[in-house]
Design a protein around this ligand. Structure first.
Ligand SMILES: Cc1cc2nc3c(=O)[nH]c(=O)nc-3n(C[C@H](O)[C@H](O)[C@H](O)COP(=O)(O)OP(=O)(O)OC[C@H]3O[C@@H](n4cnc5c(N)ncnc54)[C@H](O)[C@@H]3O)c2cc1C
Length: 427
């Protein structure tokens, strides 16, 4: 069987690996000039410095752990340490929250667990419609008794979901939360790839034996006999015809592909891609020393200001802090001088930052032409209308990528989607 895999992030790479094991002939098309997609380790002189995109592996992301082991990619198993929580001029510690915020977190967990136990079984029920039309923000409003506690909930959820909670469907979110119910304390952000995620991707590529066709921006897919052919940017039609095509793209990039209406009616294609594309970016700064340790801090901060969440992102001996910015705030970050803009704000949290600063990087995924988003989220009203669509194959077309998986938003979801697609192909 001849198969085209479009997109070489973790979903496409893992798909190529699994299809090779099935004896398929796989051709891989990647729009950019590198593999990894939203996984990108910034490396210098062979040493990993920090992650510009996906970074943390949760303890219960079992596929990721198993594959990392199989490919010989060690995970360092050092969880993100707790740090400061700053609400304007008020400060507390993440592991000793203000009482109103701690109550809100407990109330939120209680209500969410309870709601999961009573999730409507039938998609079309009036209760399902009500939950799908309720935003996660409205749910948080019910759990917090003070603006400060409400903000703490927002800060935690926004960084998890990669989007402001007012855009997120409560029904969709609860379906994801179900996966977390049997989690143990400390399962989240439990470790990182010691040599970086790019090394992990490189090993997947080697295991797949595929030669990537870089700079191949697929713009359209046309029916051709029982299979399909690819239309590339620049008006070229790829000479090969494929029995199957796997789109392993971010949700927004996938929505831009023109799919032949003979393969799928346009309305259905639109519905498939109506899932939310979150907004997420990082700014990273290198310093001449880990000054935060001198100040007795871990480097981790949750802040009400635009930098939102900061942590010690160093993968080697270079002292690096990264700020992780999600939601509409991403659109307010200036395009020019982003590092300096961020440093000004960082210095209001850690005054030594300016003096110790060496250099910095901005990784704005929203402005990346091939990615254009952070990761997917269940948009208000989406689950009811189209929830089952993203993953369903159509003739020769298959859909992979984090947004088609149960573990959406994660490397784990990208790998899960690859396994499903490989199963769809049969033996
Ligand atoms: C800032 C940030 C932080 C994150 N943090 C974490 C984290 O801590 N832990 C975690 O598990 N996950 C995290 N993620 C999510 C994780 O990075 C993604 O879930 C994962 O990379 C998705 O893999 P994918 O293969 O589905 O898509 P991608 O990695 O986006 O790969 C898709 C590929 O398709 C290519 N492409 C796009 N359009 C076309 C086209 N038309 N033709 C050909 N190629 C095309 C792109 O160039 C890209 O290489 C984070 C993401 C971001 C942005």
């Amino acid at each position: 069987m001849r198969i085209a895999v479009v997109g070489l992030g973790p979903a496409g790479l893992r798909t190529a690996m699994l299809l090779k094991d099935k004896g398929a002939t796989v051709h891989a098309y990647e729009a950019s000039d590198r593999i990894g997609g939203r996984l990108q380790t910034i490396v210098e002189a062979g040493r990993p410095l920090f992650e510009a995109g996906g970074e943390w592996i949760d303890a219960d992301h079992r596929r990721t752990h198993a594959l990392a082991k199989e490919l010989g990619c060690p995970l360092n198993g050092k969880p993100r340490p707790p740090g400061l929580v700053r609400f304007g001029k008020e400060t507390c510690r993440e592991d000793a929250l203000w009482p109103d915020a701690a109550d809100a977190v407990a109330e939120f967990e209680r209500r969410s667990t309870e709601a999961c136990a009573h999730l409507p079984k039938k998609g079309g029920s009036s209760e399902a419609k009500r939950l799908d039309g309720t935003s996660l923000a409205q749910w948080l409003d019910k759990c917090a008794s003070t603006p400060r506690a409400r903000w703490v909930l927002e800060a935690i959820l926004r960084s998890d979901e990669g989007m402001d909670t007012r855009a997120i469907s409560l029904l969709g979110w609860l379906k994801g939360y179900q996966l977390y119910l049997d989690r143990e304390e400390g399962a989240m952000s439990a470790g990182r790839f010691a040599r970086g995620t790019t090394d992990f991707c490189q090993r997947m590529l080697e295991a797949s034996g595929v030669e990537p066709r870089f700079g191949s921006w697929v713009l359209g897919i046309r029916k051709s006999g029982a299979g399909a052919e690819l239309m590339l940017s620049g008006g070229t039609r790829e000479a090969n015809t494929y029995d199957r095509v796997v789109l392993a793209l971010p949700p927004l990039a996938a929505s831009r592909i023109a799919i032949d209406p003979k393969l799928e009616p346009i309305q259905r294609t639109r519905a498939r891609f109506a899932l939310g594309s979150g907004l997420a970016m990082k700014i990273s700064w290198e310093f001449d020393r880990k000054f935060w340790l001198d100040e007795g801090e871990s480097g981790s901060v949750l802040d009400r200001g635009p930098l939102q969440q900061i942590w010690d992102a160093s993968l080697s001996d270079k002292p690096i802090l990264s700020a992780y910015i999600c939601g509409v705030t991403c659109t307010e970050v200036p395009e020019a001088d982003t590092v300096a803009w961020g440093l000004d704000r960082l210095a209001s949290i850690f005054p030594s930052a300016r003096e110790r600063f060496v250099r910095g990087w901005a990784s704005n995924w929203v402005r990346d032409p091939h990615i254009a988003c952070g990761f997917s989220f269940p948009r208000l009203g989406y689950a009811m209308a189209h929830g089952d669509l993203p993953a369903s194959p159509l003739g020769p077309l298959h859909f992979a990528g984090e947004w088609t998986a149960q573990w959406w938003g994660f490397i784990e979801g990208a790998l899960e989607s690859a396994e499903r697609v490989a199963d769809e192909m049969g033996s």
